[in-house]
Design a protein around this ligand. Structure first.
Ligand code: 4NP
Length: 153
């Protein structure tokens, strides 16, 4: 199973989601059959490491993180089984890729699995470390629910 997390810049929300997800499945044997990656709908940060606040937040919560930003493409829609957009805007951006309608059934909003409610994973880029921690906790509980629902451990 292949899971892709998508935000705008691929330096805050989606690399954090990827790192948390990998951390959660690493301990499970089934984890060997699961591949996760992240990317952005924008091109401003291609090649960049995650934002220093993303790294700080992951590490503070005991989650290892390494990623180099890249932009989403139609090939990703073909290759991945679950494609999670962090917010409505990025969902729209993904659905504008060539031939995206063929893959629409795989493309979901991340918080579809949030036990505390639907909506966007808010962009913390113009925020503070507190906003990054808020996003971490939202992703943490949401990924627990996704794993429970879709990954048979
Ligand atoms: P992300 O956050 O989409 O969660 O990675 C952002 C990072 C950079 C920018 C916007 C959002 N930016 O405008 O450069």
């Amino acid at each position: 199973m292949k899971v892709l997390f998508v935000c705008l810049g691929n330096i805050c929300r989606s690399p954090l989601a990827e790192a948390i997800f990998k951390h959660k499945i690493k301990k499970q044997t089934v984890g060997h059959h699961i591949l996760a990656d992240s990317c952005g709908t924008g091109n401003y940060h291609i090649g960049d490491q995650p934002d220093p606040r993303t790294i700080k937040t992951a590490e503070k919560n005991g989650v290892a993180i390494w990623h180099q930003a890249r932009q989403v493409s139609t090939d990703d829609l073909e290759n991945f089984d679950f494609i999670f957009a962090m917010d409505q805007q990025n969902l729209k951006n993904i659905l504008r890729l060539p031939h995206a309608d063929k893959y629409a059934h795989k493309i979901k909003l991340m918080r579809e699995f949030d036990p505390q409610g639907q909506g966007d994973v808010p962009d913390p880029y113009y925020g503070t470390l507190h906003d990054f921690q808020y996003v971490f906790e939202m992703l943490d509980r949401t990924l627990d629910e996704f794993i429970k629902a879709e990954i048979k451990l």
